[in-house]
Design a protein around this ligand. Structure first.
Ligand code: MSP
Length: 514
């Protein structure tokens, strides 16, 4: 069976991970957990991009070898993913021989095939972005300097003239346009497609894919004075991680057939072009099928400003989790901004959502329901109810389709909005039915009312599992659900609970002073 194969970008190891990296990785984890919940086989790949002059430079400043530096930062990424409950299946590092050796072979194959050729490169290079620019793309400013055209970078470019190998990207203009036309789901979300189609429509230049002035990289087998351009190297990870071998290589153990093509590459919007133009052209050159989709999400600013070294305003995910816990960070990032758009990270908004949505709405609902079962039913649910006495849980069956559909579209905010609308409805149901008063006049009705609420909450916790795995497991355990890995259908929910012990507990989200 082909696995659902999902990837994050390989993060540069020039500095410690921040909230932006955590964002993409948590998104991938949410999607991976959702797919696993549905019973699919999932393969979730992440890792680190460790070559290039930028990394060589920071290592030098720190007085260590680039490899030692990369080891240190790669470990920091892996530690953070563990801390954030990321269940990835593979972590690839571009300095691992399973990757670098394969990159050399792929390069040799493309050279032999004639889609890579030797030439002379003249132009400008941005060390920070690891990107080449032409004269027209980076015209001189009023002071005569050429700055990186990327509006988020604007660093001064280096003049470069050197012998270089080129990838015949220009030959793939038509095939790429054809692919975009034939596969409307390839470019995601839809609002980002136009920019790519226009860009490719304007024509493509061949791409310099080797460097002689960089030493920290993968040397070419046939010409070791050249190292592979870091993007050409890093993009190939999605393939090398599967154990892919270029044509003509000896067969060997490989997961390529079970994994490829990738179902979705998740990337930030700034690296969308690399993944939707260069990468698919490389795959076409290799004769390998293209990924099903590339999804670009937007960027976080912090308190209204771009995160940057000079401003020193990088948000460390651990700082947030120290104060709020891991699940709250996972929740906030995906409730606050629609996946695909840009948004702003503000402490005030975090606290506001925490108090209103988590402490008041969800946390309070769980504690009032479990407390009432404790107080009015002695902590045990009654046996199977007459079906006409449980209305809520049956209504919720209708909600599942909408939530599922949102998850399929990676519309995480939409899914959370729907889940929390249900939380609101459940709170309202309690308020309207006033079990504390009803218990005095109709204890039988209270029994089924609470039964209905417990079952509904079990479903809510099931939907929330990909977003807040620890909290959901806690809720399930308070509500007597032992099987938390899969979401429960209303039928299962109704069939399961008879006589189950319901445990009250400390508040899930203690209120913070506003
Ligand atoms: N190494 C390349 C990617 C190679 S993929 C074959 C790279 N690395 S990176 O460390 O700069 O990571 C970029 C990714 O981090 C973005 O694409 C995005 O997923 C995430 N983010 C970094 N800053 C971000 C924000 N401020 N907001 C949201 N996500 C951002 O590019």
């Amino acid at each position: 069976m082909k696995k659902f194969f999902i990837t994050t970008p390989l993060y540069y190891v020039n500095a410690a991970p921040h909230i932006g990296h955590a964002y993409t990785t948590i998104a991938a984890d949410i999607l991976a957990r959702h797919r696993r919940q549905k019973g699919e086989q999932v393969h979730f790949l992440t890792g680190t991009d460790e070559h290039g002059s930028k990394i060589e430079l920071v290592a030098q400043e720190a007085g260590v070898t680039p490899q030692a530096w990369a080891d240190r930062i790669a470990a920091e990424f892996a530690d953070l993913w563990k801390h954030l409950d990321i269940q990835y299946d593979d972590f690839i590092r571009t300095t691992q021989p399973r990757h670098s050796e394969r990159v050399q072979q792929v390069f040799a194959h493309l050279l032999e095939k004639g889609v890579v050729y030797k030439g002379m490169y003249q132009g400008y290079y941005c060390v920070s972005d690891e990107t080449y620019w032409t004269e027209t793309e980076a015209p001189p400013d009023e002071k005569g300097r050429r700055l990186c055209p990327n509006p988020d970078c604007r660093k001064e470019l280096k003049v470069t003239e050197e012998e270089s190998y080129f990838f015949k990207l220009s030959a793939y203009q038509e095939p790429l346009l054809q692919h975009y036309r034939d596969n409307p789901k390839f470019l995601q979300p839809a609002h980002r497609a136009k920019e790519i189609v226009n860009f490719v429509g304007e024509g493509l230049r061949d791409l310099a894919v080797s460097r002689t002035k960089v030493s920290w990289g993968i040397p070419l087998l046939s010409d070791p004075g050249h190292v592979v351009y870091v993007w050409f190297d890093a993009l190939l990870n999605y393939l090398t991680a599967t154990g892919y071998r270029p044509p003509g290589m000896a067969e060997g153990p490989s997961d390529y057939a079970a994994l490829w093509p990738a179902d979705v590459h998740l990337v930030g919007k700034e690296i969308y072009r690399f993944h939707t133009v260069i990468w698919p052209a490389m795959l076409m050159a290799l004769g390998v099928p293209l990924p099903q989709s590339v999804f670009a999400h937007g960027w976080w600013t912090v308190e209204g400003a771009k995160m940057s070294k000079s401003k020193g305003n990088f948000i460390d995910p651990r700082e947030i989790t120290r104060e709020y816990g891991v699940d709250v960070l996972r929740y906030f990032l995906f409730r606050e901004m629609p996946f695909g758009n840009d948004g702003d990270f503000s402490q005030q908004s975090l606290k506001k959502r925490y108090n209103a949505e988590l402490a008041n709405d969800l946390g309070n609902l769980v504690s009032r329901v479990t407390n009432m079962v404790d107080q009015y039913l002695g902590g045990a649910l009654p046996g199977k109810p007459p079906l006409d006495r449980v209305s809520l849980v049956k209504e919720l069956r209708e909600e599942t389709a909408g939530i599922e559909e949102a998850m399929e579209r990676l519309a995480f905010q939409d899914a959370l909005n729907r889940i929390f609308a249900v939380v609101g409805r459940l709170n309202l149901h309690v308020d309207q039915n006033k079990p504390w008063a009803l218990v005095k006049t109709d204890p039988e009705a209270v029994k089924w009312l609470l039964f209905d609420l417990v079952c509904s909450l079990r479903m809510v916790a099931g939907w929330l599992t990909p977003f807040m795995p620890v909290t959901s497991a806690k809720i399930h355990s308070m509500l007597g659900v032992r099987r938390v890995a899969e979401p429960l259908t209303p039928e299962e929910v109704l069939a399961g609970p008879s006589g189950d012990r319901i445990a009250k507990g400390p508040p899930l989200f203690p209120r913070k002073t506003p």
